[in-house]
Design a protein around this ligand. Structure first.
Ligand code: SF4
Length: 330
């Protein structure tokens, strides 16, 4: 019964996708490297934010060979502002493996690349190689739990695995289109929270949640844990025409990236305060509530690395957590 429902759903969503899919820069390619770049960028980042980065990144690193040959600093600079920098490091490592051995052609091989999980491997294999490898992310899980009015806990990884298996049984020959159609329906029609647009959905006659008028009850999620709040004092220290930056530790949040000097709690007296400003940055599990100080430094403290504003702009990747204070780097 459930398999029949999915079998009926497949041609409906494929037809809909053929007509209504969005034009996106990564659509229409079967180049696995390009698909890898887009999928890694799209992890935890919105489509609109990714578009320009994707085009610029591929202009700079059009194949895995150029990316493999670049330094980590260059790769992080090209990624600057996109966040979750571990993705950039993993992509760089993956490019080195691909440049040496070629792009893997099966699910296990793709899954073994750094930074590639089940979902990303499924998406690459479906889109690049038309293999029947389902890719179940939050969007896809949402449309499927609604299709079946499935009230089980959507945070349970086993549910994704189960839907993955069920999808595999009905995967059509147009694997790439099917994979993207599922993502697209979740992204532009079966929206989260209170806004699924059931009237224009190709599944409205089939969808159990819609037939029960209970679209927004699914997926069922446990309440999120509250984010930890960290209060930070952030300093833009000027000495002559140079600014202080430092490199974060290799482990943990924003590891190995450059940063503006920042302190929790009591902070040193660096010199004359010229301006102050409040800003907030939200990470997955943490919020930084920052007070920024523009300071004319009394001395060129050796604890920091000093660089001109142009050098910082061109060479050193400052994470977007510090975006609010970049306007002081003039
Ligand atoms: S009918 Fe509504 S709830 Fe069901 S899949 Fe379509 S948009 Fe989502």
């Amino acid at each position: 019964m459930e398999k029949e429902k999915l079998q009926t759903a497949v041609p409906l969503i494929l037809k809909w996708y053929g007509i209504f899919k969005r034009e996106l820069p990564w659509r229409g390619t079967h180049d696995p490297y390009r698909i890898l770049v887009s999928e890694i960028m799209l992890q935890q980042t919105r489509v609109e934010a990714v578009k320009d980065y994707y085009l610029r990144f591929l202009e700079r690193f059009p194949t895995a060979f150029e990316l493999a040959a670049a330094s980590e600093e260059e790769v992080l600079k090209a990624w600057e502002g996109l966040g979750y920098y571990t993705r950039a490091r993993n992509l760089h490592r993956a490019a080195k493996i691909i440049a040496e051995n070629g792009f893997p052609r099966d699910f296990e091989g793709v899954r073994s690349l750094p930074g590639v999980g089940d979902y990303t491997a499924g998406a690459i294999c479906s889109i690049a190689f038309d293999l029947p490898c389902p890719a179940v992310d939050g969007n896809v899980l949402r449309i499927l739990t609604r299709l079946f009015a499935d009230g089980r806990n959507a945070d349970d990884l086993r549910l994704r695995q189960e839907y993955s298996k069920r999808l595999k049984e009905v995967y059509p020959e147009e694997a790439g289109d099917f994979c993207q159609a599922l993502m697209e329906l979740g992204a532009i029609v079966c929206l989260p929270n209170g806004d699924p647009m059931c009237k224009i959905c190709p599944w409205k006659e089939l969808c159990e949640a819609h037939l029960l008028s209970k679209e927004t009850c699914f997926p069922v999620k446990l309440p999120k844990r509250e984010r930890k709040i960290v209060k930070l004092n952030v300093y833009v220290l000027i000495y002559g025409d140079e600014y202080a930056i430092s490199k974060r530790e290799k482990k943990g949040l924003l590891s190995g990236l450059y940063e503006l000097p920042n302190f929790e709690g009591e902070t040193p007296d660096f010199g004359k305060i010229l301006r102050t400003k409040q800003a907030k940055h939200i990470f997955t599990h943490m919020e930084w509530h920052m007070t920024g100080y523009l300071v004319e430094a009394r001395e060129k403290a050796p604890a920091f690395f000093w660089a001109s504003a142009d050098e910082i702009r061109e060479k050193y990747a400052l994470p977007s957590a510090f975006k609010a204070f970049k306007e002081w780097l003039t």
